[in-house]
Design a protein around this ligand. Sequence first.
Ligand SMILES: Nc1ncnc2c1ncn2[C@@H]1O[C@H](COP(=O)(O)OP(=O)(O)OP(=O)(O)O)[C@@H](O)[C@H]1O
Ligand SMILES: [Mg+2]
Length: 586
Amino acid sequence: MNKVAKKIKNLHIVQNYRSIYPYVKPYWIRALLAILVTFPVGTMDAVIAWSLKPYTDVVMIEKNLSSSAYIPLLIIVFSVLQSGFNYSASYLNAWAGAKISNGLKHDLLRKLMRCEAAFFDKSASGFIQMRFNTDVDTACSGLLRHVNIFTTRIFSSLSLIGVLFVNSWQLAIVAMIVLIIALYPLSTIRKRISSIVGKTLFSSAGIATYYIEAFNGNRIIMSYNLYDYQMQRFSSTLEEAFRLGIKMVQRTGILSPMMHSVISIGIAAIIWMGGYLIANHQLTAGGFVSFITAVLLLYQPVKSMGNDFNSVQQSLIAMERVFELLKKAPAIMSKQNAVRLESIKNSIEYKGVEFEYAKGNPTLKKVNLKIKIGQTVALVGNSGGGKTTFVNLLPRFYDIKSGSIMIDGLDIRDLELDSLRAKIAVVFQDNFLFTGTIRENILLGKEKASVSELNLAVESACLSEFVKNLDKGLDTEIGERGILLSGGQKQRVAIARAFLKNAPIVILDEATSSLDNKSEAVVQRAIENLMKDRTVFIVAHRLSTVKNADKIVVINNGEIVESGVHRTLIAKKNGIYASLYNTQLI
Ligand SMILES: Nc1ncnc2c1ncn2[C@@H]1O[C@H](COP(=O)(O)OP(=O)(O)OP(=O)(O)O)[C@@H](O)[C@H]1O
Ligand SMILES: [Mg+2]
């Protein structure tokens, strides 16, 4: 790595420290105390080493017992104190670490929910889960714990180095040279691991994705007997994770043994030189015992520092990833001086709208459509033609590539995003329901709805009969993702939710094709109720539901190929709508 790149990398770390400061700020006293406590914990090792000199010289050699009583006592007192401080350090660390990571997780979830739809299209759920849970913990609690261990070691090392110099400066210099040689490889560790750490994260996220798929896709797995297929793919992901794990050990595992060897050579040199100094009366026996104890206490943590440093680096890398996401500006958000959309008076217009999910692969090609407020427009056409995409552009789930979408002559990109979305109720092809009761799910449309409003929504969504037959009525739990409800029931809960929202624009991406005739008729009634007095975009698979629309638009392969009312379209010879309609009648 050249110098400039190194500087930039270091700057990055400084920036991350600056970014984490607001999260540390509310708890800074405890975080600081956690670090300060490491000072006495660290220096106490030196006290023990230092006291061995008078003990050896006075008690063991001169056989003067006058000081023999207080030295062990001193050691006991210090050890008890050390344990107390150790306990406070881990308590304070755990407390501050967890609080800081909670703060970060809070902001991460807020950020995640604001991310644009394309972000979710691209990210695997395992990856997101990993980043939001594991990374934050590694970054915060992990970092604090390791900083704590690190500072303890630094204080301990500094005071032990003091003991070394007090006893013999010549031996101390030798010990220091050995220490510097032993520590040198640590400076290369970041370079060694950073490329693998990223890949390791990816493969662990991959593993998590399989568990999520086993959960969410259990019916498909059962019905297609996908056990072996999934296991095979899982094995190769596991194998990849193993390979990376081993690579990590290969690159870092060598450090500790290397340091161990250097240090052993150092200790051998010190013992050899120490004997020489004692023989020349430049060092007392007690001084030597105290010195060698201090050296052993000093080198012990140094030997494991390779691993500690490794963990600190991993925490820093996790922190970089967390902040990379936190600093990411959502691709779709309100402009600075966006206009609040208060009411819609005239029209909605798509003008030369082009859209693509992937570059160079247009999904909608120069689409034009204008409808007046209060009208219903029905979108029909081949599967994958772009109907869902077309309606998803209005609430800005995705932004268009060129052209414009206007409400009352205002480009929707100039409107306040929340105010735009507040005016649109969407019933999707596949509706997501939250864990909780039917009531809770419907109330998402309007949190503070009155009982009569709620009852009206239930009634209009044709849910009353179904709810009446339930023991707990509206308070029935629907399971995760609404798994305990049928397709039609789920659809109607979503419709009731849209009712409560009472938005002037309704987007209905019909999923009636998956329902049987009887439930389709009920859902159909609910949909018709929802359409009353609103501006409606309805994606319809059953053409019987679109006959009464003010405008029917046929979208095939990203283009509007026909539009008009039912009567004129059906009369067209060789018309696409006419032939679609006729095939469905059979
Ligand atoms: N999130 C996405 N990322 C990338 N491509 C997508 C995404 N969603 C849809 N597509 C692609 O865009 C095209 C249009 O899809 P769209 O869902 O709009 O079709 P549709 O007309 O609603 O079809 P259907 O009647 O089957 O619901 C398809 O080719 C589809 O593969
Ligand atoms: Mg669709």
